[in-house]
Design a protein around this ligand. Structure first.
Ligand code: HEC
Length: 128
């Protein structure tokens, strides 16, 4: 009986883990669609456009792409992008870094969570 319970607990733990993983994968693929629909007009992963490139964004210092011309406010900010900060930035960039120059907000909370899950998968581009 006790053995039974251990196996049950193990099974529940395993399937919960898999469910979380499946959810992540789904968030990332939804996030890619959100990115293409909302961000790609101004951004890309590997190249600067109207906005800076996003490769390696999670863990990167804000305003640190050398060949992109940032607003003074973003350039001098000492922030480092993490998932939580990115979600706040997309909610209201001006609230995170007053004087910044990104005229865009992502109003839907699910879209924000998904696009941040996607951004977190972007590897850093090789250093030039
Ligand atoms: C209308 C154009 C536009 C759209 C749409 C837009 N951005 Fe931006 N984004 C910019 C600009 C311009 C900057 C640079 C702002 C500055 O210099 O203050 C920027 C900066 C950023 C930064 C800071 C990057 C760094 O190197 O520090 C992040 C992160 C970001 N955008 C994410 C996004 C995401 C994610 C989306 C889509 C959900 C998005 N942006 C949509 C124009 C845009």
């Amino acid at each position: 009986m006790a053995k039974h319970l251990v196996w049950m607990a193990l099974l529940v733990a395993l399937s919960a883990g898999n469910a979380a993983f499946a959810e992540d994968a789904q968030a990332v693929s939804r996030g890619l669609a959100v990115y293409e629909n909302n961000c790609a007009g101004c951004h890309s992963v590997e190249a600067n456009r109207v906005g800076p490139k996003h490769a390696g964004i999670v863990g990167r210092k804000a305003g640190s792409i050398k060949d992109f011309s940032y607003s003074a406010a973003l350039k001098k900010s000492e922030l480092v992008w993490n998932k939580d900060l990115l979600a706040r930035w997309l909610t209201d960039p001006e609230q995170v870094i007053p004087g910044q120059a990104m005229g865009f907000r992502l109003g839907n909370v699910q879209d924000r969570m998904d696009v941040v899950a996607y951004l977190a998968t972007l590897k850093a581009a090789p250093l030039k």
